[in-house]
Design a protein around this ligand. Structure first.
Ligand code: FES
Ligand SMILES: [Fe+2]
Length: 342
């Protein structure tokens, strides 16, 4: 399936783009160079010099301009060429395409598609990521698999029991049925699994300090194509949120993924874990960062393998789906609709 175009994608964490240097990243098959101007804005240019297509990211910055590392064509943040070597006349067509960028919730979003159609209001939010009330650990792993496989993976968490045993998986995750809802108008998939009086997996036992049996909620919100939110609630069993919605005795983790296609068979797997407990505890931060990275790498290994299987298989292979796949199938349908609509 082609990429959904006319969509916002997470290109980077804001911190990855500094006031010096450049970041080269391919998004939906488009090579892009990102850099931060002296005004603090992120510029995003097509990473191909108009002269002989040398990647601009291999060149040098000169203030707010980029100087091509091959013959010195020089570009402003708006993509326009402002200097060429050996002549004063700059060809009128000397400019590279630029991309709309919005920095929000610590993420750098880039618009892939027709610039006129870009609406920053349409960017889904993840406010925990830069809120002072939450502490976040994060990373990004390259995935040698198509983004659809990661969507499938994240929308069905029953795989935690098998692929992530000893980290976030316990038998009850696979045993507990899910409920799935689709908001067709907003284009959001909700999958929820609420477990009562269950074992606490090591990931949460060690980080929350809650002893004994727990109630564990996993409420997923997928905003296709890119943003995936998992609202995770861990509480001593029997402890419910208060009538006003306040939930002081529970621990909450907001697990955020940005699923950004790199090429047709590779993906940027951005992962973040925000928490409202043990906020000052650096050891908990280190433990969660390390554990979540391990969990993500377990998925990466599985999905890289699946990509190889798909590449080698004959046409017409038929998958078999069951109840746990309801969310994933709904996501596929919304993605298909986006591809066809754009
Ligand atoms: S390729 Fe960039 S200046 Fe020649
Ligand atoms: Fe997983």
């Amino acid at each position: 399936m082609p990429f959904p175009r006319n969509q916002w994608y997470v290109a980077a964490y804001g911190k990855e783009i500094g006031s010096e240097g450049m970041l080269a990243r391919t998004i939906c098959g488009e090579p892009i160079v990102f850099y931060r101007t002296s005004a603090g804005e992120v510029a995003a240019l097509n990473d191909r010099c108009v002269h002989r297509r040398y990647p601009l990211s291999e060149g040098n910055r000169d203030g707010d301009t980029i100087v091509c590392g091959y013959h010195g064509f020089t570009y402003a943040p708006d993509g326009r060429c402002v200097a060429v070597p050996g002549q004063t006349r700059i060809p009128r067509t000397a400019r590279v395409p630029v991309y709309r960028v919005v920095e929000r919730d610590s993420l750098v979003w880039v618009w892939i598609g027709d610039a006129e159609a870009a609406d920053p209001q349409a960017i889904p939010r993840a406010p925990w990521l830069d809120s002072p009330d939450w502490v976040t650990v994060r990373g990004m792993e390259p995935l040698a698999a198509r983004y659809e496989l990661l969507v499938d993976n994240l929308l069905d968490l029953s795989h935690e029991t098998y692929l992530h045993g000893g980290y976030i998986g316990t038998p009850e995750v696979a045993q507990t049925p899910i409920t799935t809802e689709v908001d067709e108008k907003a284009g959001v998939v909700y999958v929820s699994r609420r477990m009562t009086d269950v074992e606490c997996p090591p990931f949460y036992a060690r980080s929350t300090g809650i002893d004994g049996r727990i109630d564990r909620w996993q409420d997923i919100e997928y905003h296709p194509p890119c943003l995936y939110l998992l609202h995770s609630r861990i509480a001593p069993t029997g402890v419910a949120p208060l009538a006003d919605g306040d939930d002081p005795r529970a621990c909450h983790a907001e697990i955020v993924y940005a699923i950004t296609p790199e090429t047709e068979t590779s993906t940027h797997d951005f992962w973040m874990v925000s928490r409202d407990f043990a906020r000052e505890d650096e050891e908990v931060s280190a433990f969660l960062a390390e554990s979540n990275r391990t969990v993500v790498l377990q998925d990466v290994r599985a999905l890289d393998l699946l990509e190889k299987v798909i590449a080698a298989e004959p046409e017409g292979y038929q998958e078999l789906s069951i109840n746990i796949d309801t969310g994933g199938l709904a996501a596929r349908r919304l993605l298909k609709r986006m591809v066809e609509g754009a």
